[in-house]
Design a protein around this ligand. Structure first.
Ligand code: ZN
Length: 139
């Protein structure tokens, strides 16, 4: 697992500690803006994973990339998240002059949209953070 050293606010760029922030940037929320955070990885760990030239071939879907996720693989659950096909878009490719245009069919994810990848990571991280259950932030 590559260590996340901070979470960066996508609106204002400030760094926040990586622990216990799962509902977006608290500073921007106080200003009335819902803002996502992006993980900042320990650069030495990320370089090591990327220089290996491949991700984990023994895992499937989103979990192939577990070395870059802030989750212990022991907590991973998988319902097919990220195991979506590339579709050769021949007609669109011909219109655009591209022989090898492929589109990722994210509708093949269990929930029908791409955000389920993040949700799988969130569910796996919850017990790691000591959560006893998972509730929607909208409740
Ligand atoms: Zn912010």
């Amino acid at each position: 697992m590559t260590r996340v050293i901070a979470l960066k606010c996508l609106r204002r760029g400030h760094d926040l500690p990586p622990d216990d922030v799962v509902t977006g940037c608290p500073r921007c929320r106080d200003d009335g803006h819902a803002v996502n955070l992006s993980p900042v990885y320990d650069p030495s760990g990320r370089r090591m994973v990327l220089s290996a030239g491949r991700f984990d071939p023994d895992e499937r879907g989103v979990w192939r990339y577990h070395a870059l996720l802030p989750v212990d693989l022991a907590h991973a659950v998988w319902l097919g998240e990220g195991e979506t096909p590339l579709v050769h878009a021949t007609a669109l490719g011909a219109r655009l002059g591209l022989d090898a245009l492929y589109l990722k069919n994210e509708a093949r994810n269990p929930t029908g949209y791409y955000k389920v990848r993040m949700e799988a990571v969130l569910v796996a991280r919850a017990p790691q953070e000591g959560a006893r259950d998972i509730n929607s932030a909208n409740n």
